[in-house]
Design a protein around this ligand. Structure first.
Ligand SMILES: Cc1cc2nc3c(=O)[nH]c(=O)nc-3n(C[C@H](O)[C@H](O)[C@H](O)COP(=O)(O)OP(=O)(O)OC[C@H]3O[C@@H](n4cnc5c(N)ncnc54)[C@H](O)[C@@H]3O)c2cc1C
Length: 86
């Protein structure tokens, strides 16, 4: 993770969040991940077991994906109603 950590004795133990995030973004893109910003997902469905997921955006756009990671913190119940109150 080149550049994310600074080992200069004056700064030992410091972590650079911006460099870390920049590295993660570059690494994801280098591995074929398409990043989209400012897209609100309303609903996710999977029509067949083992098949792709379909995510519907607020504007009605349809995004298909083999894998879905819900990194939505405390807002996940907005997409997965079964988590309401959990
Ligand atoms: C005021 C405040 C100060 C904090 N200070 C610190 C600190 O100093 N140090 C520290 O370590 N932690 C701090 N935290 C905690 C830290 O912010 C969280 O632990 C961290 O951001 C969680 O990261 P996350 O990626 O899991 O979720 P988040 O950062 O909450 O990211 C979730 C993302 O999901 C998106 N999302 C939600 N629903 C949808 C949807 N339907 N479609 C598309 N996107 C969606 C949201 O827009 C958001 O961008 C602080 C938190 C708060 C509130």
């Amino acid at each position: 993770m080149e550049g994310a950590l600074e080992y200069d004795a004056r700064f030992v133990g410091q972590f650079w969040p911006a460099k870390f995030v920049h590295y993660l973004i570059q690494s994801a893109q280098n591995n074929g991940v398409l990043l989209r910003n400012g897209v609100h997902i309303k609903r996710v469905e999977r029509l067949a077991i083992g098949g792709p997921f379909t995510a519907w955006t607020e504007s009605g756009e349809k995004i298909t994906a083999k894998i879905i990671v819900y990194a939505t913190n405390g807002y996940t119940a907005g997409i997965l109603p079964e988590l309401k109150g959990a």
